[in-house]
Design a protein around this ligand. Structure first.
Ligand SMILES: Cc1ncc(COP(=O)(O)O)c(C=O)c1O
Length: 508
């Protein structure tokens, strides 16, 4: 590991941490001043590589890319050039009037990246739009195939699928749903009780939530095997189908590796295969939300999370390659264009796409900015860079280091309940009691305190969240550096984050 920072004495606001002092070298601002804050937030001057540069104050090491977006880091000339070139050629063209080369190329690239498992792509601007489209295409598909009674969706507690009404309805994120219950399609009396096997759902809603796949809080005993755990999860899903009536279920919707709602929780081996088997048995579709965990973020076998979560003994059904559990629909965003443009996509698998081709069906859906050429130019350049520079391989290698260092440095801390993740997608869950796993009172805002301490005192930006223990309780931070991160930077991130964590709990 790199040079350690001493956390024994708390640096004052004016005094920079010793490690952070090195970061001042290329900051032109007055470094003796604390960061300028408007409503508590630093005012940003620029961003370059792995660093944010506030208007006044030393640079901040970016360990989360905003909300897991900046997968290539900041200020990449090649992407800026590609965006500018597209803007010079033309900035906007309606998808109803023209075919645009970058959009066509990006769609082809996306389909190829799935090894042809996904056969159609719709390019959009946000994760919420892509998830909303996934819900609508599911319903329209079942209308086309003569099964209009399939109107129920099964999703999971502690999940987030977006902020628009359909996407929020399918989300199981307690606090983000709460203010809008009256609008959520129609109101769903979701108990959101993660720790029970209570498959709460309201019969008046199309949206039903079952417990997430969260081994840290759900294994019956520490020694419960993966197979036994997965068998219980499968039974929960089967029970939800049975309760709703299997022929009324349109789709199961899930994040393969749960992001902000659960703090980077990968599935237990065998889980995705079990979910797909249940979907297939009852004729429902499987929808993956890879908005946060996709496009290389979890490293491994390919750019899509499902390619990286392969299971050795999974033979697959007709849609799958051996070892990988392929979805019917898939949403991607965030790392898709790395923040250089607001980009997302809905990918359509063979079952639905081939029906559409064969029957000449067109998805009744469209946004003004769908298939935006500048968005496509940015995403294409980002993805080509990821491919050309072998960055998914770096995600795998640096991700292993990141996970190991986080566990070494924080695993034994009395208030760290769990360190979990995959690739460059790692979460640290904080608990009041390590043995009982009791979370902190939400009002203490423990994760936010860690975030604030990390950015103000240790000049490292992490993403914080609440709700990972269910019902809005439970605190976690997420560490999601750019795919270009080096071992040295990984060590630096871990040390700074660990110092911030230690200080916050020392003072609590
Ligand atoms: C898993 C997941 N799905 C969907 C969304 C919504 O994406 P957006 O904020 O781009 O609309 C998010 C955003 O954080 C997300 O993390």
């Amino acid at each position: 590991m790199g040079q350690l920072i001493s956390c024994s004495s708390k640096p004052s606001r004016q005094m920079l941490p010793r490690k952070a002092e090195g970061d001042m070298a290329d900051s032109s601002s007055d470094l003796s001043q604390p960061p300028s804050h408007s409503d508590g937030l630093p005012v940003l001057k620029m961003a370059k590589g792995h660093y944010w540069y506030p208007a006044d104050g030393p640079r901040i090491l970016d360990a989360c890319g905003g909300a897991g977006v900046a997968c290539l880091g900041h200020g990449r000339r090649d992407v800026i050039k590609a965006v500018n070139a597209q803007m010079e050629a033309y900035t906007y063209a309606s998808y109803a009037h023209f075919k645009c080369k970058p959009v066509e190329e990006l769609s082809d690239w996306l389909i190829k990246s799935t090894n042809g498992k996904m056969e159609k792509a719709y390019i959009m601007c946000s994760g919420s739009e892509a998830m909303e489209a996934a819900l609508k295409l599911t319903i329209e598909y079942f209308g086309w195939v003569g099964q209009p009674q399939r109107t129920n969706f099964i999703a999971r507690h502690e999940s987030y699928h977006g902020t628009t009404l359909g996407a929020l309805s399918i989300s199981g994120h307690h606090t983000r749903r709460e203010p809008f219950h009256a609008l959520l399609c129609p109101p769903n009396n979701n108990n959101n009780n993660n720790n029970s096997n209570n498959n709460s759902s309201s019969s008046s809603s199309n949206f039903h939530h079952i417990p997430a796949c969260h081994p840290y809080r759900q294994r019956l005993t520490p020694s419960e095997s993966d197979a036994a755990f997965v068998a219980r999860k499968r039974a929960e899903l089967e029970a939800a189908f049975a309760r709703l009536g299997p022929s009324t279920v349109a789709a199961v919707v899930l994040e393969p590796v749960v992001g902000a709602a659960l703090g980077c929780s990968p599935p237990v081996p065998g889980y995705l295969a079990a979910v797909k088997a249940v979907c297939r048995r009852h004729g429902a579709l499987l929808v993956y939300d890879e908005v946060m965990c996709g496009m290389g973020r979890v490293g491994g076998g390919g750019v899509h999370a499902w390619q990286s979560l392969g299971e050795d003994d999974y033979e697959g059904d007709e849609d799958d390659d051996e070892g990988v559990v392929v979805p019917d629909l898939q949403a991607v965003a965030k790392g898709f264009a790395g923040g250089y443009q607001p980009a997302s996509a809905l990918l359509v698998g063979g079952r639905v796409a081939r029906f559409m081709e064969r029957e000449g069906r067109v998805f009744t859906h469209g946004h003004t900015y769908q298939n935006h050429p500048v968005v496509a130019a940015a995403a294409l350049q980002v993805q080509r860079a990821v491919e050309r520079e072998g960055l998914v391989g770096n995600v795998t290698a640096q991700g292993e280091l990141l996970g190991r260092l986080l566990r070494e440095r924080l695993g034994q801390h009395p208030n760290v309940g769990d360190v979990r993740g995959k690739g460059l997608f790692w979460g640290v869950e904080f608990v009041k009691n390590k043995v009982t796993k009791e979370p902190f009172e939400p009002g203490l805002k423990v994760a936010e305190r860690v975030h604030t301490r990390a950015v103000r005192e240790w000049r490292v930006l992490v993403y914080h969240g609440q709700g990972c223990a269910g019902r809005g309780r439970g605190d976690h931070i997420m560490i999601m550096p750019a795919y270009t991160v080096s071992s040295k930077l990984v060590a630096k991130i871990v040390e700074r984050v660990a110092c911030a964590v230690e200080e916050v709990f020392r003072e609590l």
